[in-house]
Ligand binder design. Structure first.
Ligand code: ZN
Length: 134
């Protein structure tokens, strides 16, 4: 879940709107919600579409974003753990390289697993919503 500040397209007033999607990992699709602006009372959509309604371009974008996020967190946390290992274990260059590769690989696997799990769950929930709508 995350908060996104959006503006009313009708009157331009800023509205805080709670946007739900993918447990914070996926923002490319989600439940389309329409609510009324507090000021001008006109309906505003949160602009989200269900997974099944997305075109191939947006689906690809969603998947690429996930891969990018996984790599970013994997390399980031792997690098931090590697630096900690280097200072605490006083590794030489060769040992450090092996440790860094192992840590980064391990973290990419862990984050990849979590993200695949979350995305699959979101797509399933999205498809359920789509099916129950019609
Ligand atoms: Zn408005």
């Amino acid at each position: 879940m995350k908060f996104t500040r959006i503006k009313c397209p009708h009157c331009g007033s800023t509205i805080d709107f709670k946007l739900e999607g993918g447990g914070g990992t996926v923002q490319d699709f989600g439940e389309p919600v329409v609510f009324d602006c507090k000021l001008c009372m006109k309906p505003i959509s949160n602009g989200l579409k269900e997974w099944g309604e997305l075109g191939w371009f947006n689906k690809t974008k969603a998947i690429l974003r996930t891969i990018y996020t996984v790599l970013f967190y994997g390399v980031g946390t792997g690098g931090i753990l590697g630096a900690i290992a280097m200072y605490s274990l006083k590794l030489n260059e060769r040992q450090l390289t092996i440790t860094a590769v192992l840590l980064i690989g391990m973290n990419i696997c862990i984050f990849g697993f979590i993200h695949v799990f979350l995305i699959r769950r979101e797509i399933r929930a999205s498809n359920e919503r789509l099916r129950s709508r019609t």
